[in-house]
Design a protein around this ligand. Structure first.
Ligand code: SAH
Length: 535
């Protein structure tokens, strides 16, 4: 069991501190910061400890109440606020180890009266414990190890605090102000049907985190554009810079006029400048499989031309407030026109002196038309820089616990396509027992492909895996024998993009089921949230 962590609002409450020591002084100090009124009472009538001058001043000003009596249990119900019948709101016992009897009776009485009580160094006599805390402006952080050691908690807190941006307080403040201003204006201007005013979950919903596309935006969408934008900015903007975002940045009218003005200025400036272009591999899906080079390109681009396959989590890294994103409008029957549209846009931006990044799924040169695009831009005088990416052909097997080569099982890997020119059957590779073959763009063709493979001498019992959305949270792996691949794909439906891995290497780590024709595994365990705040 772990403790329930909460943040308490204590303004105006009376918190009784029983003890006359340095620890009592520290407690009083924290209570003052929370807005509670500390009530100080000593266990006996003694003045052996001298409180610091600041505390004595606060006592003189009435911010701290000092009771000139030795503690009695009746103080629990006589020193509190009038409106709660003088029962104190909380109790902190900071007494020496020897006062065990007194501590026990305070604890028992507090429990009876339902007064939250904390006894220093005695978790067994506490209904709540204090966290090791850090504060900067409105940012607060509390650490607990659930009784494993307050020294450890303090050390962890220090380390965590050191890793935070130094302006964390200003960041919280600015985001809070922006959020308030937007909500206030939106409430006045529109019916905010979609956003609960004080509902953080609503503001962080995936609908609001969806990318703001420049095209196809409905009127309704425009209304929540700023909230959506703030939500994205908070999620993806470099943390330290969040302190500088202004309400004007979030105002679309301002944004439009500013962009237009800047574009005009840039055009004039860029007449003599030459644009640059890079072809960049975005990896198979997970942000953890993006290269640092690709990230750098994303962050320095003016225009990003992305494949429609580039996964959302990678697109979400694009700083859309200062970089245009265009996603290829490829749909069946339109591939060529869409490709031309994309290349044309790229060239236009290059003529204007812009930095263009052509972002491609996986690796640009593995079934990505990267070579054609290279030639196209080079022919027009813009030779692209090419950055490799992790290809799905090699990452998907790994994500599915398949080692494409394995001593005495597989000594070669073949990457091929399941779809030939204009949708025809591709060249069918010969069957090699020691080879792992990965078929891309094949799953919609398995009904034809599998019988063709078997007719050409492939082992019908060859272990295979269908790997879909490799490295994405909704990754799915179907382990199946070659002869049952088509039936499995038909039964499971498709979750594109997906590929087929074949070869005896498929059963080196994960054994196929003896009893079932296929088994399905869901999900991908990623390495966790990658910290991309330091751009
Ligand atoms: N250049 C890309 C491949 C583009 S061809 C790369 O190197 O990965 C498109 C095919 O790639 C899809 O039909 C599918 O077979 C495969 N593919 C891309 N991403 C994938 C992923 N995350 N999981 C499984 N297959 C994927």
């Amino acid at each position: 069991m772990t403790a329930l962590l909460t943040a308490s609002t204590c303004v105006g409450e009376r918190h009784l501190v029983i003890g006359w020591s340095h620890v009592a002084a520290l407690r009083v100090q924290t209570l003052l910061e929370s807005g509670a009124i500390p009530v100080l009472v000593s266990p006996q009538n003694d003045d052996s400890y001298k409180f610091p001058d600041t505390i004595l001043e606060d006592i003189a000003k009435g911010r701290i109440i000092r009771v000139d009596q030795a503690f009695e249990l009746s103080h629990l119900t006589s020193l509190g606020r009038e409106e709660v019948d003088k029962v104190v709101d909380r109790v902190y016992t900071v007494l020496p180890i020897s006062s065990i009897e007194l501590k026990n009776s305070i604890y028992t009485q507090c429990c009876k009266l339902r007064i939250p009580v904390n006894t220093s160094d005695s978790p067994e006599l506490s209904s709540f414990t204090l966290l090791s805390t850090y504060k900067s402006g409105d940012f607060q952080m509390g650490v607990t190890t659930n009784g494993k050691g307050c020294k450890l908690a303090a050390r962890l807190k220090r380390e965590l605090a050191a890793s935070l941006p130094s302006n964390i307080g200003a960041i919280c403040n600015n985001v809070g102000e922006l959020r308030k201003a937007i909500q206030e204006e939106d409430r006045l201007e529109f019916e905010t049907k979609n956003i609960g005013e004080h509902d953080d979950d609503a503001v962080n919903s995936s609908a609001l985190n969806a990318l703001v596309h420049e095209f196809n935006m409905s009127k309704e969408e425009r209304k929540i554009q700023r909230t959506r934008w703030l939500s994205q900015v908070v999620e993806y903007y470099p943390l330290a810079k969040l302190a500088e975002v202004s309400i004007d940045d979030l105002t679309s009218a301002y944004k439009r006029s500013k962009v237009e003005k800047e574009e005009k200025e840039e055009k004039a400036e860029n007449l003599n400048k030459k644009g640059r272009i890079s072809l960049v591999g975005a990896g198979p899906g997970s942000v953890s499989l993006l290269t640092l080079g690709a990230l750098n390109e994303i962050n320095s681009a003016d225009l990003i031309l992305a494949d429609k396959l580039v996964p959302q989590q990678v697109l979400d890294l694009i700083p859309t407030h200062r970089c245009k994103l265009f996603i290829a409008r490829k749909f069946p029957g339109n591939a060529e026109a869409a490709q031309q549209e994309l290349l044309g846009m790229g060239l236009g931006a290059l003529y204007e002196g812009k930095k263009v990044v052509r972002l491609k799924q996986g690796d640009p040169y593995i079934f990505g038309r990267g070579g054609e695009e290279y030639n196209f831009f080079a022919k027009h005088g813009y030779t692209p820089v090419v950055l490799p990416g992790i290809t799905s052909a090699l990452a998907a097997p790994v994500a599915a616990q398949i080692t494409p080569t394995h001593r005495e099982v597989a000594d070669q890997v073949l990457i091929c396509t399941g779809t030939g020119r204009k949708g025809a059957m591709p060249n069918i590779p010969e069957f090699v027992g020691s080879r792992t073959t990965v078929f891309l763009m094949a799953l919609h063709r398995v009904v034809d492909l599998i019988p063709t493979l078997i007719s050409k001498g492939w082992d019908e019992n060859l272990p295979c895996a269908v790997v879909e959305r490799a490295s994405c949270p909704d990754q799915r792996v179907v382990r199946v024998k070659l002869k049952d691949v088509a039936a499995a794909v038909e039964a499971c439906g498709s979750r594109p993009p997906g590929l087929l891995v074949t070869g005896y290497a498929c059963e080196v780590i994960e054994k196929p089921s003896e009893s079932k024709k296929w088994i399905i595994e869901e999900g991908y365990e990623d390495v966790g949230r990658i910290n991309l705040e330091k751009e």
